[in-house]
Ligand binder design. Structure first.
Ligand code: NAP
Ligand code: F7E
Length: 341
C-alpha cells in the first residue's frame, strides 16, 4: 500500500515542490486547500501535478475538520506548511496570524496525540524566530537564542515549542525544520526576491514606466532555493529520531546585494546614489530603476539572518544544488518566459 502524506499549504511555494517530491517517491498526497475566489492552483499546474493530489477543502482555522481528516486518513506523514507567511502582514493582523500559525498547530498535535500516534509530524519553523539584533557575520544554529520580533515570529516560536513539547512529553515523532529564507520561480509576489526580479523585468521588457519601490535595502538574509529545502524537509521527517534542524546556505547577502546580482545577471549596470528615503538605483542612461518608499518598512525589521546548517549536513547528509546565482538565474528564466514565448 502507498504511504500517505497530508500537506497543509499545498498551494504555496514549498507545498507545491514538496507535493511534487512526494508524488515522485510514490506517496499518496492529500493537500489541504482553503476556499479562495480566484484559482489557487497555479503552482501545482506549473509543476503539472494538480490532478495527482487529493484535495481536502478546509481552512486551517476549522480545527474540527482538520481533526477529522487526520482521523480518517491516519497519514504516515503530516507536513504542516500552511501559514500566514508574510511577516509584514502579521503586524497588521496579529490575531489571525496567531490563530493560523500557532493555535492550528496545537490542534494538529493534539489530534495526532489522541488519535494517530504513529503519524510523523513536520513543523515549518523559521529563521524569523531568531529575530534579534544579530550582526551580519554571526551565524545561527539550533542552539542560538530566539528573540522574535514580529507577530509572525512569535506565533511560529510558540508552535516550535509545542512541537518539541509534544515530542518530549508524549513521545510523538514531531520535528522542526528551522528554515532560512528560500525562494524560487514560484515564490509569492510580495516577497522581496520575487518582487525585485519581476519588477526589474517589467521595467526592462514590459515597458513599465515607474521605478520599483522597496523598503529596507540593508537587511541581510541567507537565501536558498526552495527545491533544495523541500529535500531537507523529507530528510528531517525520515531521520531515525525526531529532532530540530537548521536549513540554510551559510552565505548571506543584503537586499541591495540581491538587486546588484540580479542586475549583473540581466546585463544592467546599476548605479546607486542618495541616502535613506532618497536613495535611488539608476541604469547607465540615468533612468531610475529602484526608489525607496517608507510604506515597505516594517515597525521592527530583522536586520541580519545568517544560518549554519552543519547539523543537517552532518546528520541528514543534506546537500544543496543551488547557490545564489543559480537561484537568481532560475527566477529570471521563469519571468522572462512571459515576454519571450
Ligand atoms: P506560502 O507560499 O505563502 O504558502 C503558504 C500556504 O499556506 C499557502 O498554500 C496558503 O494557501 C496556505 N494557507 C495560508 N493560510 C491558510 C489558512 N487559513 N488555511 C489553509 N491554508 C492556508 O509559503 P511558503 O514560502 O511555501 O512557506 C511554507 C511554510 O514555511 C510556511 O509555514 C512559512 O511560514 C514557512 N517558512 C517559509 C520560509 C520561506 O522562506 N519560504 C522560511 C521558513 C519558514 P493560499 O494558496 O490559499 O494562500
Ligand atoms: O523580506 C526587506 C524586508 O518579505 C526580506 C518569509 O518566507 O522568510 C520570509 O520572511 C527582507 C526584509 O522575507 C522590501 O524588510 C525591503 O528585511 O522577502 P521578505 P522575510 O520577511 O525575511 C522567512 C524565513 C519566513 O519564515 C517568512 O515566511 O527584505 N525588504 N524592501 C522588503 N521586503 C518585502 N517583502 N518587500 C519590499 O519591498
Amino acid at each position: 500500500m502507498k504511504k500517505k502524506a497530508i500537506i497543509t499549504g499545498v498551494t504555496g511555494q514549498d507545498g507545491s515542490y514538496l507535493a511534487d517530491l512526494l508524488l515522485k517517491k510514490g506517496f499518496k498526497v492529500y493537500g489541504v486547500v482553503r476556499r479562495t475566489s480566484s484559482d489557487p492552483f497555479y503552482r501545482l499546474k506549473y509543476l503539472k501535478i494538480e490532478k495527482n493530489i487529493d484535495f481536502l477543502s478546509t481552512d486551517l482555522s476549522e480545527h474540527q475538520r482538520i481533526t477529522s481528516h487526520i482521523n480518517l486518513i491516519k497519514p504516515n506523514f503530516f507536513f504542516n506548511l500552511g501559514a500566514q507567511s508574510f511577516v509584514d502582514y502579521s503586524y497588521k493582523s496579529p490575531m489571525y496570524t496567531d490563530l493560523i500559525n500557532n493555535t492550528s498547530v496545537l490542534n494538529i498535535l493534539e489530534t495526532i496525540k489522541n488519535t494517530s500516534k504513529k503519524t510523523k509530524f513536520y513543523q515549518a519553523s523559521t529563521s524569523e524566530m531568531y529575530g534579534g539584533y544579530n550582526s551580519r557575520k554571526m551565524t545561527l544554529n539550533e542552539n542560538s537564542i530566539f528573540n522574535p520580533f514580529s507577530p509572525y515570529a512569535i506565533a511560529k516560536l510558540s508552535a516550535y515549542h509545542y512541537t518539541k513539547m509534544y515530542r518530549n512529553s508524549y513521545n510523538i515523532f514531531a520535528s522542526n525544520g528551522i528554515l532560512f529564507n528560500h525562494e524560487s520561480p514560484i515564490r509569492g509576489e510580495q516577497f522581496v526576491t520575487k518582487k525585485i526580479i519581476k519588477g526589474l523585468l517589467e521595467i526592462i521588457y514590459g515597458n513599465k514606466k515607474d521605478p520599483l519601490s522597496l523598503g529596507n535595502l540593508y537587511a541581510t538574509r541567507d537565501w536558498g532555493h526552495a527545491k533544495d529545502y523541500v529535500n531537507a524537509m523529507y530528510k528531517i521527517i525520515n531521520y531515525k529520531i525526531a529532532d530540530d534542524f537548521v536549513v540554510a546556505t551559510k552565505k548571506n547577502y543584503s537586499v541591495k546585494d540581491f538587486i546588484n546580482l540580479t542586475c549583473k545577471n540581466l546585463g544592467i549596470k546599476i548605479l546607486w546614489s542618495g541616502e535613506g528615503l532618497k536613495e535611488v538605483g539608476k541604469d547607465s542612461k540615468g533612468r531610475i530603476l529602484i526608489n525607496i518608499n517608507k510604506f515597505f518598512f516594517r515597525p521592527l525589521d530583522v536586520n541580519n539572518l545568517f544560518g549554519d546548517p552543519s547539523k543537517a549536513i552532518r546528520k541528514l547528509k543534506w546537500k544543496r544544488k543551488y547557490d545564489i546565482n543559480a537561484l537568481i538565474k532560475d527566477m529570471i528564466l521563469y519571468e522572462k518566459k512571459k515576454y519571450f514565448k
